[in-house]
Design a binder for this molecule. Structure first.
Ligand code: SF4
Length: 138
């Protein structure tokens, strides 16, 4: 794993610790991952998406409103999933926003530190376009 991915994964570890201290529970109903049923949009930085691709199986059948790792009602990208996935709790959207803002700033700062182009994009639309235009990407 390269150094910037290591730093990102350490931020994610602290997200988990922060969430655990707040006793926020995810019952893994999978409802929030079904973007056809919800009106949610998942955004992330390019760095986060690169890390998710690095950690996960090759996404198949990417579409603008479909997470390719949402299979049989379960997330198949737990290790690399982006902050928006980690921070969201349908039982407490206020806490979700606070967690997101807190750690998003740290992730944004990584781009500056490592001189990485900063892109903040709708995840599945971006993946879908990338798949179409750059097959070597995966
Ligand atoms: S990566 Fe996992 S948590 Fe995030 S939308 Fe896809 S299935 Fe849900």
């Amino acid at each position: 794993m390269n150094d910037v991915f290591t730093e990102l994964s350490l931020i994610y570890d602290r997200v988990t610790t922060h969430i655990n201290k707040q006793n926020l529970i995810c019952n893994m109903r999978g409802v929030c991952c079904d973007f056809y049923k919800t009106d949610h949009r998942l955004y992330a930085t390019k760095l986060e998406i690169d890390y998710m691709l690095f950690c996960s199986s090759k996404p198949i059948g990417v579409a603008p409103k479909k997470c390719p790792w949402f299979l049989d009602g379960r997330c198949n990208a737990r290790q690399g999933r982006v902050l928006g996935c980690r921070a969201y709790f349908c039982t407490n959207e206020g806490a979700s926003s606070e967690i997101y803002e807190l750690f998003y700033q740290e992730i944004k700062a990584l781009h500056k530190k490592w001189h990485i182009e900063y892109l903040y994009v709708p995840v599945f639309k971006y993946l879908s376009e990338r798949e179409q235009h750059d097959e070597s990407y995966y």
